[in-house]
Design a protein around this ligand. Sequence first.
Ligand code: ATP
Ligand code: MG
Length: 429
Amino acid sequence: MHTPIRSVTPASANVEVIGWIHELRDLGGLTFLLLRDRTGILQVTVNRKKAPAGVLAALAIISRESVVRVRGPVKAIDKAPGGREVTPEVLELVSPCATPLPLDVVEKVPAELDTRLDARFLDVRRPRVTAVFLIRSMVLQAVSEFLWERDFVQITTPKLVAAATEGGTELFPVAYFDKEAFLNQSPQLYKQMMMAAGFEKVFEIGPIFRAEEHNTTKHLNEATSIDVEVSFADQEDVMRLLEELVAAVYRKVGETCAEPLSWLKKELEVPATPFPRIPYTDAIEIAARRTGEPLKFGDDFGAAAEKALGEEMGTHYFIVDWPTAIKPYYAMPYSDRPEFCRAFDLMHPRMELSSGAQRVHQYDLLAAQIRSKGLKPESFEFYLNPFRFGMPPHAGWGLGAERLVMTMLDLQNIREAVLFPRDRHRLVP
Ligand code: ATP
Ligand code: MG
């Protein structure tokens, strides 16, 4: 079995490693190979006078980004990456790499994002890009572990659906035999129905589809949503869960991803909990003052307002107590001031990360709210019906996985947090 490059130390005796040729430098009598796998980089040094004939023969036919197998003794050497190098007794070409490369993996010249995405398999070989996806994997693992430890049931809900969740949002239609179906924009209705099923605490990590034509650095047409719903809970309960989850994910990534973080030259700071809560009416005032925009009650926060608020807050924060009119029908209005509802947004200084609320669990109120949004309760019968048969009070949120990774790692474009992003212009690869 071959050894991951990370595990090769000056104390290793004889190792066998397999990887890609990251760099190939010929200095007359000495040839330096840098061998790379997803765990790191290893120097392999061939002394042409002393090397076995098989090693020299392989050296003559390999090129950058070919896959090779190397076997030989390890010794400590100061100037090499990781302070060690291998002197090969065996060097074997496992799989050749064609030239020219569509993308330079060593990245002396930074490539445009579009070029990178076109050759994504090569782009992801670059340590700084590998790092993003190793960390993304750990983020999703940390989220699941955090929720499993708290007795959540992981569910998966349909992505092919007959009706819109909220109306308004644009949907992708799909030909479904002789009917029209849509790609689901959110698991909202299904996770709420599982409260009626008595599951009490559920989560789903899955795709959401939004047919919005926007072309921004924080929107995708296919995104990954981390969705949570909890029975016998109000909005404060699930806000506490959310802030603890975000802090726990940062902590776990900090503890387990030291190497990928170092490739990104990133030091993670775990955000302090509890996050500040700021009422919507105050947030509008601050945003209006800082941007000079004529923002008033009932407006949503545009990009400039979000940025101004983020500068004022300087950390993760919640905007709470939103106007009922601009939140979906399933957000619970306060009984003593129904123009406000128990909804919240979790904000990173750069952008929104999550929206959530205590939900309406009373059938009549929910039907009335659906009507007041100009929608027809009849189109939601499968969803509304469970509210007549013992629906517990409940609350929940949806958290965008790409935005979580993007803000954690200071990525400039959300497309950098997805292997194969889907946007207005990109459906391939
Ligand atoms: P925004 O106003 O920023 O477009 P939203 O309020 O429409 O977001 P929600 O419907 O509240 O989004 O979805 C919950 C979370 O899912 C968002 O806070 C975000 O993190 C993520 N999300 C939603 N839509 C997208 C998208 N198009 N691309 C990436 N992430 C998204
Ligand atoms: Mg939102």
